[in-house]
Design a protein around this ligand. Structure first.
Ligand SMILES: Cc1cc2nc3c(=O)[nH]c(=O)nc-3n(C[C@H](O)[C@H](O)[C@H](O)COP(=O)(O)O)c2cc1C
Length: 354
């Protein structure tokens, strides 16, 4: 698939996820076969004012390429200036967030609030394309404000007509909660209406979901969000199916443990021990959510205060799973709860640079 001048073949995309898709997460996803990853959303204004936390979220290393940067903004001039500024980082795609439904974003008329202002949306895309000098611009959008006011087809045309190179459709409305199923039919309608690549997103957790989404909608690729939490293996399972192999299924727990420990070390190196502890705990829990013993792991890990202790717990937990020491649990039920709860796990951040 070609996104402007970038070609990612038939690989999948890792979704931007606030407080989740930092460099360690992206590195692991790429190592396991993601074709394009995104930073979490960063404030366009924060970029041009050199705001520390904005730049902290934005930086990536050359080895992470291809990578997209996702911007949050509502002002054509500020977006233009921030995209110009971004050129020195040389990302492969610059995305505009038109999907975020949280109050601290929509109260500033950003994120999904932009879907209600088609004229402004057109201006924002034009400004970004003008400033990006050839770096492909994409837009990530939802269906509309609610299921009774779906305006995605109009917005999609505006996005294409103003020069974007790709559209990512999270097939839920702004007012939908995450447990509501995504409506993939809209991805098919948007794909049919546009010439630029359309990426499907929403309710994708298993390789068969990816295959079904592509075959039902004709979308050019799929963006994985919650399905990738503690599960970079989804990318390699899909890639292997594409190469003609049978689905490998979930990896054995020793592999999960190895990758989890690598992720934990990357987080420690990125943030230092004190600041990485909560992030490490969150990710470790995600890695083991599909294996018996998860309730016990959650109970134990929360009180730990050092990376070494967490690493020891992961090793012990892995051995116990291998020795089948844990009683059976309803993993499907637990997994569902995880998926619905995950958005509320984000740590409260300070106000956005609006
Ligand atoms: C923890 C979390 C953080 C998210 N942060 C962002 C974000 O910064 N930008 C964005 O466009 N979408 C964000 N999203 C939405 C996802 O990118 C994706 O569109 C959504 O989760 C639907 O896909 P899924 O049903 O496969 O999870 C976030 C989702 C989650 C769960």
């Amino acid at each position: 698939m070609k996104i402007g001048r970038l070609d990612i073949g038939d690989k999948l995309l890792l979704a931007p996820m606030a407080d989740v898709t930092d460099a360690p997460f992206r590195i692991i996803a790429k190592e396991h076969g993601a074709g394009l990853t995104f930073t979490q959303m960063v404030s366009a204004k924060g970029i041009i004012t050199n705001e520390f936390y904005t730049l902290r979220k934005l930086v990536f290393s050359r080895s992470e390429k291809p990578i997209g940067v996702q911007l949050l903004g509502k002002d054509p001039e500020i977006l233009y200036a921030s995209v110009k500024e971004l050129q020195r980082f040389n990302p492969d795609v610059i995305d505009l967030n038109c999907g975020c439904p949280v109050d601290k974003v929509t109260k500033y008329e950003m994120g999904s609030a932009i879907m209600d202002k088609p004229e402004l949306l057109g201006k924002l895309v034009t400004s970004m394309v003008r400033g990006s000098e050839g770096i492909p611009v994409s837009v990530k959008i939802r269906l509309g404000r609610d299921r009774n006011s779906i305006n995605v087809l109009d917005n999609a045309k505006i996005i294409e007509d103003n020069g974007a190179s790709m559209l990512i459709l999270h097939a839920r409305a702004r007012d939908d909660r995450y447990e509501v199923e995504a409506e993939w039919e809209w991805i098919a309608k948007v794909k049919e209406a546009l010439k630029i690549p359309v990426i499907g997103n929403g309710s994708v957790f298993e390789p068969e979901d990816i295959i079904e989404l592509i075959s039902k909608t004709g979308c050019d690729s799929v963006m994985i969000a919650r399905g990738a939490l503690g599960n970079p293996f989804l990318f390699e399972r899909y890639n292997s199916i594409k190469e003609g192999h049978n689905d490998r299924g979930l990896p054995d727990v020793s592999k999960v443990s190895r990758v989890c420990i690598k992720h934990l070390k990357l987080l420690n190196a990125e943030y230092g021990e004190f600041n990485s502890l909560d992030k490490i705990k969150k990710n470790v829990i995600w890695y083991f959510r599909n294996y018996y013993g998860i309730s016990c792991l959650i109970e134990k890990i929360l009180s730990l205060k050092s990376v070494d202790h967490i690493k020891e717990l992961v090793e012990l937990h892995t051995r116990k799973i291998e020795n089948k020491e844990y009683p059976k649990e309803n993993l499907e039920e637990i997994s569902k709860k995880f998926n619905n709860k995950v958005v509320f796990w984000q740590t409260e951040e300070k106000e956005l640079v609006s």
